[in-house]
Design a protein around this ligand. Sequence first.
Ligand code: B12
Length: 294
Amino acid sequence: MESTYISTREVADLLAVTETTIKRWTNSGQLKCVKTLGGHRKYLLTEVENFAKENNIPISGVTTPLGKVELEKLGFAIFSKNMRKTVEVILEEILQGDREGTFQSLMYLVKNRMKLVDIIDDIIKPAMEEVGYLWETKKLEVEQEHLASDTIKTALSRLFIYLPRQSANNIKVLLACSEGETHDIGLQALAYELELKGYGIHYLGANTPFRSLIKAIKAEKPDYIFLSASAPSIPKKDFIKGFKSLTKAAKEINGKLVAGGGYFLSLDKNEINYDFIANTLKETISFIKKSITN
Ligand code: B12
């Protein structure tokens, strides 16, 4: 093990980056290699492990390749910065219910230095909007929509394991979908991003009764409370009443209340009170950064 040497391809697989990235790190002297008599670069496994540790890069060892056709399509989409094409490839995998293919496609984006927030906001959100459109126009059955949702959820939960983590900070966040709300993919993605950034996560998930949410806020005293609502199955007046009690509970513990999800667009701004409302993960992250530095 001490003197095991591996190839550029193997280092790339191990660290979940492209071979080009490995070459760049080597050329800049960050990662050491030796050259074989034939001129090929070889890396000492222990050196690679140390490099990964020092730079906070997880050792994944994901080696299963995508099919040649998918790889070519994705490669071209990324090379030409064609987001629409990238969305199409992911959508195809999602609609087939191909968990492995979806995971590998997302992994390919990560290897090409795409950030999780961009993958969610610019690839997964539009792909799922297309799923919604297909369902609305009766081109997709309900069970196919369920399959698509579960496929992306599973792929994201696998991807999360391989992403680099920052060390823990002392900021506590509580996340929940409102009462009557089952759409939890956006909220779950936000929880992944915040967990990777070192926040302490208290995730309550789908359909959390307002009463229980308030109990949890009082018990946990989070710095931030994130509430997601896309199409809750409760009357609007009950939602507004519940949300008002949430605003009060957040104020009492001096926590910031952040609302997100399509339902808020249908509410009158004067009816509810929050610290921030977000349509994307990018907006949410920059709000948190700003509010911490203020
Ligand atoms: C997948 C899906 C489902 C799945 C949900 C599975 C799951 N576990 O989440 C299932 C099949 C269960 C479902 C059910 C229903 N759905 Co549906 N669903 C969708 C779909 C296709 C995708 C949603 C999604 O996951 N997107 C991917 C994520 C990443 O994007 P996102 O949710 O928009 O989140 C982003 C932002 O909004 C934001 N964000 C989201 N939450 C939060 C929270 C915080 C705090 C912050 C800061 C940011 C944030 O960040 C995310 C990243 O950018 C949408 C279509 C669409 N246009 O969005 C319809 C959609 C949301 N559903 C819709 C409807 C009507 C329903 C049902 C009522 C249908 C029915 N008649 O049975 C039910 C019941 C819903 C309920 N009561 O909760 C409508 C809602 C329309 C409306 N406003 O009234 C939509 C828009 C479809 C449509 N075109 O008609 N659905």
